[in-house]
Design a protein around this ligand. Structure first.
Ligand SMILES: Cc1cc2nc3c(=O)[nH]c(=O)nc-3n(C[C@H](O)[C@H](O)[C@H](O)COP(=O)(O)OP(=O)(O)OC[C@H]3O[C@@H](n4cnc5c(N)ncnc54)[C@H](O)[C@@H]3O)c2cc1C
Length: 420
């Protein structure tokens, strides 16, 4: 066994059972984004609480890989460094990827992005979600201004001009001036607050699994666009790859029904043997895909961040990277309000966050949607155009550089964060 938390507070049940407590900021959802936001708020003189349904996994057998991993951009890495969580993430396991090779399964057009072209050591890191969450939680447990309440369920939410009252399952009442929903794509807080979303189901599922290719993955993220959906092979430091294979419902059901050998054959064929024979190792899981965007991110006393605000197709691995930028911008908006001695929960404060993020997120959601549609088509002129587009872009260094800087978040200015 490895990776046990060294924090002295790690195993204590969190939060005393007072019947009623009041906080300045109450975050619901202690996943990667909610935990990062709570940490970014620490050290500002605020009383913060974080309510999470399931406590993070504390340890796991050495070498065992979780199915959920994220490709973290350089901007996300910078943020996690500033929050003091990156060194722990690196110790738990972060696999750098230095190149990305994308090819079209129909036209054959291809493009390669190389970190060396940017003078950077890598394009980002592949990290297990549970490692990111644990590293953040260990920091949260050391923050004196933070109360962690987990496991917990939400029974009711009442909102008024002075703030919100959250009733937990076992009857405890938490009051707050600012409620932050970081409770994921199916956010209960967003639903209780009556904030509608727009979007559509993709009629696709993302199959996730861990695999071992016969050949070295060359620290390259491989992505092939197939008419049924994109297949991504994300390189891990031990030579394995984590796959995200998005496929139409029908194809996904077929793939899930295959035994390990048949699935490995299908995967080897879908990747055109680029890494030789690929053998699946361990279980597979599937996540239904949806594009979803909240109509507003803020109301007086309430803000949505991360997947509670937006859900994006995973084809470019942007979801949590966008969520971390939300967390940084909202924390920066609170900072500004505090410096100007303004209320942290008013629209004046919160709209600054919404203005900074909603348009950016919308643009990324739409860009990924357009990619998904363009590469899902077999319509010959479109196939020819995307083949040509990939080949041209591959040769146009300035354009390629622009794409890379944007995708890696190198161009994104990270708002300053108070270090907890
Ligand atoms: C197949 C796949 C691959 C992906 N790959 C990438 C990638 O490579 N890079 C990337 O950037 N993104 C990727 N994403 C997206 C990324 O996983 C999400 O954007 C990210 O998990 C969102 O984080 P979050 O903290 O906002 O929400 P979540 O991860 O959903 O966390 C929400 C938290 O809230 C808690 N919660 C929920 N309801 C309640 C409640 N009522 N009370 C208390 N707590 C509650 C949950 O237990 C959970 O801990 C991928 C997504 C998928 C499906």
């Amino acid at each position: 066994m490895a990776k046990r938390s060294s924090s002295p507070r790690a195993d204590r049940p969190v939060a005393p059972k007072d019947a009623r407590r009041a906080f300045d900021v109450l975050v619901v959802g202690g996943g990667m984004v909610g935990a990062a936001f709570a940490l970014a708020c620490s050290g500002k003189g605020l009383a913060i609480a974080l309510v999470e349904a399931r406590p993070p996994q504390r340890d796991w057998p050495k070498g065992e890989l979780d199915l959920r991993v994220s490709a973290l951009s350089r901007a996300s890495q910078r943020m996690l460094e500033r929050l003091g969580a990156w060194s722990r993430i690196a110790a738990l396991g972060a696999s750098p990827y230095r190149r990305m090779h994308v090819w079209d399964g129909v036209s054959g057009g291809a493009i390669t992005f190389d970190s060396a072209d940017l003078g950077e050591p890598d394009l980002g890191h592949i990290v297990e979600n549970r490692a990111i969450q644990l590293a953040l939680w260990e920091r949260l447990e050391q923050a004196p201004d933070l109360t962690l309440i987990s496991p917990a369920s939400i029974a009711d939410l009442e909102r008024g001009p002075e703030g919100s009252r959250l009733v937990l399952g076992e009857g405890r009442i938490l009051e707050t001036r600012l409620l932050v929903a970081a409770d994921g794509r199916d956010s209960l807080i967003r639903e209780l607050a009556g904030i509608p979303t727009r979007g559509w189901d993709y009629d696709q599922q993302a199959i996730v699994a861990n695999v071992r290719p016969m050949q070295w993955h060359q620290e390259t993220a491989w992505q092939r666009f197939l008419p049924t959906g994109p297949l991504a092979l994300l390189p891990l430091a031990d030579g394995r790859c984590s796959i995200v294979w998005s496929a139409t419902q029908g194809r996904a059901q077929e793939l899930l029904a295959l035994d390990d050998q048949e699935f490995s054959d299908a995967l080897t064929e879908a990747s055109e043997d680029r890494l030789g024979r690929i053998q699946v190792q361990g279980p597979r899981a599937a996540v239904p895909l949806r594009l979803q965007h909240a109509e507003r991110y803020v109301e007086p006393g309430l803000a949505l961040i991360g997947d509670a605000a937006h859900a994006i197709h995973p084809l470019a691995g942007q979801g949590v990277n966008l969520g971390f930028l939300d967390a940084a911008e909202l924390a920066a908006a609170l900072d500004l309000a505090l410096r100007r001695r303004r209320d942290i929960a008013t629209l004046w404060t919160l709209r600054r966050y919404e203005r900074a993020r909603r348009g950016e997120n919308m643009a990324m959601l739409m860009a990924m949607d357009a990619f998904k549609r363009a590469f899902g088509s077999r319509f010959p002129p479109l196939v020819a155009a995307r083949g040509l587009g990939l080949a041209l872009t591959d040769r146009l260094q300035p354009l390629k550089r622009l794409f890379m800087e944007r995708a890696l978040g190198l161009a994104a200015g990270l708002p300053p964060l108070a270090r907890p």
